[in-house]
Design a protein around this ligand. Structure first.
Ligand code: SF4
Length: 288
Protein backbone atom coordinates (compact mmCIF):
# COMPACT_ATOMS: atom_id res chain seq x y z
CA UNK A 1 0.00 0.00 0.00
CA UNK A 2 1.43 3.36 -1.03
CA UNK A 3 1.16 5.59 2.02
CA UNK A 4 3.76 8.25 1.39
CA UNK A 5 1.87 9.90 -1.46
CA UNK A 6 3.16 13.37 -0.75
CA UNK A 7 3.07 16.08 -3.36
CA UNK A 8 5.06 19.20 -4.15
CA UNK A 9 8.52 20.25 -3.03
CA UNK A 10 9.74 19.93 0.53
CA UNK A 11 10.72 23.16 2.30
CA UNK A 12 12.57 23.49 5.58
CA UNK A 13 14.75 26.09 7.32
CA UNK A 14 18.51 25.95 6.47
CA UNK A 15 19.25 24.78 10.02
CA UNK A 16 17.15 21.65 9.45
CA UNK A 17 19.39 20.36 6.65
CA UNK A 18 20.27 17.25 8.67
CA UNK A 19 16.80 16.59 10.03
CA UNK A 20 14.34 13.93 9.01
CA UNK A 21 11.49 15.86 7.37
CA UNK A 22 8.19 14.38 8.42
CA UNK A 23 5.34 15.98 6.51
CA UNK A 24 2.40 15.74 8.88
CA UNK A 25 0.47 18.23 6.75
CA UNK A 26 0.88 18.92 3.05
CA UNK A 27 1.04 22.56 1.94
CA UNK A 28 -0.01 25.59 3.97
CA UNK A 29 -3.53 26.19 5.25
CA UNK A 30 -3.09 29.97 4.78
CA UNK A 31 -1.41 29.82 1.36
CA UNK A 32 -2.24 33.47 0.67
CA UNK A 33 0.93 35.52 1.29
CA UNK A 34 1.49 37.59 -1.85
CA UNK A 35 5.24 36.84 -2.07
CA UNK A 36 5.13 33.12 -1.34
CA UNK A 37 5.31 30.48 -4.04
CA UNK A 38 6.18 27.56 -1.78
CA UNK A 39 2.90 25.69 -1.75
CA UNK A 40 0.96 27.42 -4.54
CA UNK A 41 0.14 24.25 -6.43
CA UNK A 42 -0.60 22.11 -3.40
CA UNK A 43 -4.07 21.51 -2.05
CA UNK A 44 -3.66 21.76 1.73
CA UNK A 45 -4.46 18.64 3.66
CA UNK A 46 -3.59 17.07 6.97
CA UNK A 47 -2.28 13.54 7.05
CA UNK A 48 -4.16 10.85 9.00
CA UNK A 49 -2.32 9.50 12.04
CA UNK A 50 -2.16 6.04 10.51
CA UNK A 51 -0.37 7.39 7.44
CA UNK A 52 2.10 9.31 9.64
CA UNK A 53 2.74 6.22 11.78
CA UNK A 54 3.61 4.15 8.69
CA UNK A 55 6.09 6.78 7.47
CA UNK A 56 7.73 6.92 10.92
CA UNK A 57 7.92 3.11 11.14
CA UNK A 58 9.56 2.90 7.71
CA UNK A 59 12.04 5.64 8.62
CA UNK A 60 12.87 3.94 11.94
CA UNK A 61 13.64 0.68 10.15
CA UNK A 62 16.01 2.42 7.73
CA UNK A 63 17.52 5.03 10.10
CA UNK A 64 16.91 4.15 13.76
CA UNK A 65 19.54 6.65 14.94
CA UNK A 66 17.65 9.77 13.75
CA UNK A 67 18.16 12.58 16.27
CA UNK A 68 16.35 15.49 14.69
CA UNK A 69 12.91 15.70 13.12
CA UNK A 70 11.30 18.66 11.35
CA UNK A 71 7.51 18.51 11.09
CA UNK A 72 6.34 19.85 7.72
CA UNK A 73 4.84 21.55 5.91
CA UNK A 74 4.10 25.27 6.15
CA UNK A 75 2.26 25.39 9.47
CA UNK A 76 2.26 22.07 11.28
CA UNK A 77 0.83 23.70 14.42
CA UNK A 78 -2.52 23.97 12.64
CA UNK A 79 -3.10 20.38 13.82
CA UNK A 80 -5.00 19.83 17.06
CA UNK A 81 -2.68 19.52 20.05
CA UNK A 82 -3.92 16.00 20.83
CA UNK A 83 -2.79 14.81 17.39
CA UNK A 84 0.55 16.63 17.68
CA UNK A 85 1.17 15.00 21.07
CA UNK A 86 0.42 11.61 19.62
CA UNK A 87 2.90 12.23 16.75
CA UNK A 88 5.57 13.39 19.20
CA UNK A 89 5.05 10.29 21.37
CA UNK A 90 5.38 8.09 18.28
CA UNK A 91 8.64 9.81 17.33
CA UNK A 92 10.12 9.34 20.80
CA UNK A 93 9.24 5.68 20.67
CA UNK A 94 10.58 5.14 17.14
CA UNK A 95 13.83 7.06 17.55
CA UNK A 96 15.48 6.43 20.97
CA UNK A 97 18.23 8.97 20.20
CA UNK A 98 15.81 11.78 19.31
CA UNK A 99 17.06 15.12 20.68
CA UNK A 100 14.74 17.63 19.09
CA UNK A 101 11.58 18.11 17.05
CA UNK A 102 10.91 21.41 15.30
CA UNK A 103 8.29 22.92 12.99
CA UNK A 104 7.01 26.08 11.34
CA UNK A 105 4.25 27.74 13.35
CA UNK A 106 1.71 30.18 11.92
CA UNK A 107 0.91 33.12 14.24
CA UNK A 108 -2.83 32.38 14.25
CA UNK A 109 -2.25 28.72 15.07
CA UNK A 110 0.05 29.67 17.95
CA UNK A 111 -2.49 32.17 19.30
CA UNK A 112 -5.25 29.56 19.12
CA UNK A 113 -3.33 27.22 21.43
CA UNK A 114 -3.56 27.70 25.19
CA UNK A 115 -0.36 28.24 27.22
CA UNK A 116 -0.92 24.76 28.71
CA UNK A 117 -1.11 23.18 25.26
CA UNK A 118 2.17 24.80 24.21
CA UNK A 119 3.80 23.66 27.44
CA UNK A 120 2.57 20.11 26.82
CA UNK A 121 4.09 20.20 23.33
CA UNK A 122 7.36 21.40 24.81
CA UNK A 123 7.35 18.59 27.37
CA UNK A 124 6.64 16.14 24.54
CA UNK A 125 9.78 17.19 22.68
CA UNK A 126 8.91 20.19 20.51
CA UNK A 127 12.07 22.22 20.95
CA UNK A 128 11.94 25.01 18.33
CA UNK A 129 9.15 26.80 16.50
CA UNK A 130 10.08 28.75 13.36
CA UNK A 131 7.86 31.81 12.98
CA UNK A 132 7.75 33.78 9.73
CA UNK A 133 7.31 37.29 11.09
CA UNK A 134 8.29 38.68 7.67
CA UNK A 135 7.69 42.32 8.74
CA UNK A 136 6.82 44.26 11.85
CA UNK A 137 5.02 47.00 9.97
CA UNK A 138 1.22 46.75 9.89
CA UNK A 139 0.96 48.25 6.41
CA UNK A 140 3.48 45.80 4.98
CA UNK A 141 1.85 42.86 6.78
CA UNK A 142 -1.56 43.85 5.39
CA UNK A 143 -0.05 44.36 1.92
CA UNK A 144 1.45 40.88 1.84
CA UNK A 145 -1.77 39.36 3.19
CA UNK A 146 -0.06 37.74 6.17
CA UNK A 147 -3.38 37.56 8.00
CA UNK A 148 -2.16 39.19 11.24
CA UNK A 149 -0.78 42.55 12.33
CA UNK A 150 2.34 43.40 14.31
CA UNK A 151 0.63 43.17 17.72
CA UNK A 152 -0.58 39.62 17.05
CA UNK A 153 2.87 38.67 15.77
CA UNK A 154 4.43 39.90 19.03
CA UNK A 155 1.80 38.06 21.10
CA UNK A 156 2.40 34.81 19.17
CA UNK A 157 6.18 35.02 19.54
CA UNK A 158 6.04 35.78 23.23
CA UNK A 159 3.59 32.97 23.82
CA UNK A 160 5.99 30.43 22.34
CA UNK A 161 8.84 31.67 24.51
CA UNK A 162 6.65 31.75 27.63
CA UNK A 163 6.00 28.03 27.10
CA UNK A 164 9.75 27.36 27.21
CA UNK A 165 9.98 26.60 23.47
CA UNK A 166 12.82 28.21 21.53
CA UNK A 167 11.67 30.66 18.89
CA UNK A 168 13.41 31.18 15.58
CA UNK A 169 12.07 34.18 13.68
CA UNK A 170 12.44 34.92 9.97
CA UNK A 171 12.08 38.38 8.41
CA UNK A 172 12.27 39.30 4.74
CA UNK A 173 14.35 42.21 3.54
CA UNK A 174 12.74 44.23 0.75
CA UNK A 175 9.11 43.39 1.55
CA UNK A 176 8.17 47.06 1.88
CA UNK A 177 9.65 47.93 -1.51
CA UNK A 178 11.30 51.30 -2.05
CA UNK A 179 8.47 53.34 -0.56
CA UNK A 180 8.11 51.31 2.64
CA UNK A 181 11.72 50.31 3.26
CA UNK A 182 12.44 52.46 6.32
CA UNK A 183 9.03 51.74 7.84
CA UNK A 184 9.54 48.03 7.25
CA UNK A 185 13.03 48.06 8.81
CA UNK A 186 12.13 50.05 11.91
CA UNK A 187 8.75 48.34 12.44
CA UNK A 188 10.42 44.94 12.15
CA UNK A 189 13.15 45.96 14.58
CA UNK A 190 10.42 47.06 17.02
CA UNK A 191 8.59 43.72 16.81
CA UNK A 192 11.84 41.74 17.16
CA UNK A 193 12.79 43.85 20.19
CA UNK A 194 9.39 43.18 21.80
CA UNK A 195 9.54 39.45 21.14
CA UNK A 196 13.25 38.99 21.90
CA UNK A 197 13.43 35.65 20.01
CA UNK A 198 16.04 32.97 20.54
CA UNK A 199 17.16 33.23 16.92
CA UNK A 200 16.60 35.71 14.12
CA UNK A 201 17.36 35.25 10.44
CA UNK A 202 16.87 37.43 7.41
CA UNK A 203 15.97 36.40 3.90
CA UNK A 204 16.01 38.75 0.94
CA UNK A 205 12.83 39.07 -1.11
CA UNK A 206 12.84 37.02 -4.29
CA UNK A 207 10.01 37.69 -6.74
CA UNK A 208 8.68 34.36 -7.98
CA UNK A 209 6.60 33.91 -11.13
CA UNK A 210 2.94 33.36 -10.40
CA UNK A 211 2.90 35.37 -7.17
CA UNK A 212 0.75 38.46 -6.67
CA UNK A 213 3.77 40.49 -5.61
CA UNK A 214 5.69 39.64 -8.79
CA UNK A 215 2.66 40.71 -10.84
CA UNK A 216 2.54 44.01 -8.89
CA UNK A 217 6.25 44.52 -9.59
CA UNK A 218 5.74 43.77 -13.30
CA UNK A 219 2.98 46.42 -13.40
CA UNK A 220 5.23 48.91 -11.61
CA UNK A 221 2.98 48.98 -8.54
CA UNK A 222 5.68 47.46 -6.31
CA UNK A 223 9.20 48.82 -6.58
CA UNK A 224 11.81 46.24 -5.48
CA UNK A 225 14.98 47.32 -3.71
CA UNK A 226 18.39 47.34 -5.35
CA UNK A 227 21.16 45.38 -3.57
CA UNK A 228 22.43 48.69 -2.15
CA UNK A 229 18.99 49.63 -0.81
CA UNK A 230 18.63 46.15 0.67
CA UNK A 231 21.87 46.64 2.59
CA UNK A 232 20.67 50.05 3.82
CA UNK A 233 17.50 48.34 5.03
CA UNK A 234 19.51 45.64 6.80
CA UNK A 235 21.60 48.35 8.44
CA UNK A 236 18.45 50.09 9.75
CA UNK A 237 17.06 46.80 11.00
CA UNK A 238 20.20 45.83 12.92
CA UNK A 239 20.66 49.38 14.14
CA UNK A 240 17.21 49.54 15.76
CA UNK A 241 16.99 46.10 17.39
CA UNK A 242 17.24 46.07 21.20
CA UNK A 243 16.54 42.60 22.51
CA UNK A 244 16.13 41.74 26.18
CA UNK A 245 17.97 38.41 25.86
CA UNK A 246 20.85 37.27 23.62
CA UNK A 247 19.53 36.55 20.14
CA UNK A 248 21.50 34.49 17.60
CA UNK A 249 21.43 36.35 14.30
CA UNK A 250 22.07 34.70 10.93
CA UNK A 251 21.69 35.85 7.35
CA UNK A 252 22.95 32.61 5.85
CA UNK A 253 20.01 32.01 3.50
CA UNK A 254 21.04 31.71 -0.14
CA UNK A 255 18.93 34.77 -1.05
CA UNK A 256 21.15 37.10 0.98
CA UNK A 257 23.93 39.20 -0.48
CA UNK A 258 25.91 39.34 2.75
CA UNK A 259 26.16 36.35 5.09
CA UNK A 260 26.22 37.82 8.59
CA UNK A 261 26.45 35.99 11.88
CA UNK A 262 26.53 37.21 15.45
CA UNK A 263 24.65 37.59 18.68
CA UNK A 264 22.43 40.61 19.28
CA UNK A 265 22.77 43.02 21.01
CA UNK A 266 26.41 42.08 21.64
CA UNK A 267 27.68 42.01 18.05
CA UNK A 268 25.61 44.88 16.66
CA UNK A 269 28.56 47.19 15.99
CA UNK A 270 30.64 44.42 14.41
CA UNK A 271 27.82 43.52 12.04
CA UNK A 272 27.10 47.16 11.23
CA UNK A 273 30.76 47.55 10.32
CA UNK A 274 30.49 44.63 7.89
CA UNK A 275 27.37 46.18 6.35
CA UNK A 276 29.12 49.55 5.97
CA UNK A 277 31.96 47.83 4.15
CA UNK A 278 29.64 46.26 1.62
CA UNK A 279 27.73 49.55 1.29
CA UNK A 280 30.99 51.28 0.38
CA UNK A 281 31.67 48.55 -2.17
CA UNK A 282 28.20 48.89 -3.72
CA UNK A 283 28.00 52.68 -3.57
CA UNK A 284 29.62 53.47 -6.93
CA UNK A 285 27.50 50.89 -8.72
CA UNK A 286 24.35 52.27 -7.06
CA UNK A 287 25.14 55.90 -7.86
CA UNK A 288 26.26 55.03 -11.38
S1 SF4 B 1 2.10 31.33 5.84
FE1 SF4 B 1 4.22 30.83 5.14
S2 SF4 B 1 3.98 29.05 3.80
FE2 SF4 B 1 1.94 29.92 4.07
S3 SF4 B 1 1.66 31.30 2.32
FE3 SF4 B 1 2.48 32.56 4.00
S4 SF4 B 1 4.72 32.51 3.78
FE4 SF4 B 1 3.86 30.84 2.48
Amino acid sequence: MLLNHAQGMVFRPPSEANSFILRITLGCSHNACTFCAMYRGIQFRTRPLEEIRCIVENAAQRSPDIRRVFLGDGNALVLPTKKLLSILAGLREAFPKLTRVTCYGGPKDILRKTPEELKALKEAGLKIIYLGVESGDDEVLAGINKGVGAAEMVAAGRKVLAAGIKLSVMVILGLGGKTGSYRHATGTARVISHISPTMLSTLTLTLYDGTTLKEAADRGDFLPLTPYETMVELKELICHIRVANPCIFRSDHISNLLPLAGVLNRDRDKMLQEIHEILDFLKDKHNG
